[in-house]
Write a new protein. Structure first.
Length: 364
């Protein structure tokens, strides 16, 4: 969930992990670097000492950070270029902690050098306007992931909350072709079902759904049907499961729900096509009551902007209540191991599957 004025996430106290889990490559296919205790008005990462320390403590190797226009009155193209420039400046200012990811090899290098790889991504294709050639511009600026739609419809296709459930537009097909030519990921998170199916078939390269849940388990528009999941997997793509309220019909998702959606996704897609895209960061919330007040305001803003999804409510946290903070990745590993998953499968889910997919699209 990208906020109208920044993004929120939550945390818990870090815990020590075993040498094995510390050594895993952990790729969050959609997340962020931010401090929900001090939310800002921008999607540009927050790289305060605390945010960086807790991100490192979590074992995070690389994260797809949302930049640019999602919604609001600003010019989509200008806002997106400005976010890229601002994030580039942050990376230059923190070379010991951060690196910009262009290829799969950069993710491995981030791991080897103890840095956090930032994968630049969009969550709305509105900044393309009616000019598909802008894909070339943004690819040259280092954007590696292009999500076609957010929750509403745009000029490329219908989002998950667009009632008509129309497919990809002619312009959307041109944008997909440009993405393929520039070797950037086509992300179908937030898309409507018909847009997702048509876009997956239109793309000459495998596509991704970087942050979603399984509609077979929780029937909400932000989750993907088995048909969508299967098609993306059959074409060599990637599916990331989020840590969001949409995993449970009550809106109060738990770690057990994350495990259940991962298990279902693996059953449908196979263990080589599934990973995680939490849709959050790892910084701990110090005062949950104060955060709840911020959340009420954020949900009201999202509803007013027409970008809210069914299942978002002021009383539902945009995170999994018992799978949060710097220990979230290690705790998930422990829960999957307790389910009998092999260490090899867990390593795939935590990052190696995304890395394989990245090699397919970006190159090794």
């Amino acid at each position: 969930m990208a906020a109208v004025s920044g993004c929120a996430a939550s945390g818990a106290q870090p815990m020590a992990g075993s040498g094995a889990d510390r050594d895993m490559i952990v790729v969050n296919a959609l997340g962020g670097l931010g401090d929900p205790n001090h939310p800002g008005d921008s999607l540009v990462p927050d790289v305060s000492p605390r945010v960086l320390a807790e991100a490192h403590a979590s074992g995070l190797t690389a994260v797809n950070v949302t930049l640019g226009y999602v919604a609001g009155p600003q010019d989509p193209f200008e806002a997106s270029v400005n976010d890229i420039a601002a994030t580039d400046a942050l990376v230059r200012a923190h070379p010991a902690n951060l690196m910009k990811v262009y290829t799969a090899a950069d993710i491995r290098r981030a791991k080897d050098e103890g840095r956090i790889g930032l994968i630049y991504g969009f969550q709305n294709g509105a900044m393309m306007g009616d000019k598909p050639e802008r894909v070339d511009t943004f690819a040259n600026l280092g954007v590696r992931i292009f999500q076609l739609t957010y929750n509403p419809a745009n000029q490329l296709g219908d989002g998950s909350m667009a009632p008509e459930n129309r497919g990809i537009t002619a312009l959307g097909r041109e944008v997909i072709a440009r993405c393929n030519a520039n070797h950037v990921m086509v992300d179908l998170s937030h898309s409507g079902e018909q847009t997702c199916l048509e876009a997956a078939r239109a793309s000459a390269q495998p596509v991704s759904i970087n942050h979603t849940g399984c509609r077979a388990l929780t029937d909400l528009p932000r989750n993907k049907t088995d048909e969508e999941l299967r098609l993306v997997a059959e074409r060599g793509g990637f599916v990331g499961i989020y840590f969001m309220p949409f995993l449970n019909p009550t809106g109060h998702a738990t770690a057990a729900d994350v495990v259940a959606h991962l298990e279902h996704a693996v059953n449908i897609c196979g263990e080589d096509q599934v990973g995680i895209g939490t849709d959050g960061s790892v910084t701990q919330i110090d005062d949950l009551a104060a955060y709840e007040a911020v959340l009420v305001k954020e949900i009201a803003e999202r509803r007013a902007a027409g970008i809210s999804a069914k299942g978002e409510r002021p009383d539902t946290y945009p995170f999994v209540v018992d799978l949060r903070g710097p220990d979230q990745f290690r705790k998930l590993q422990r829960l999957l191991a307790a389910k009998g998953w092999s260490s090899a499968r867990i390593e795939k889910i935590m990052g190696l599957n995304f890395l394989r997919y990245a090699e397919t699209i970006w190159g090794a």
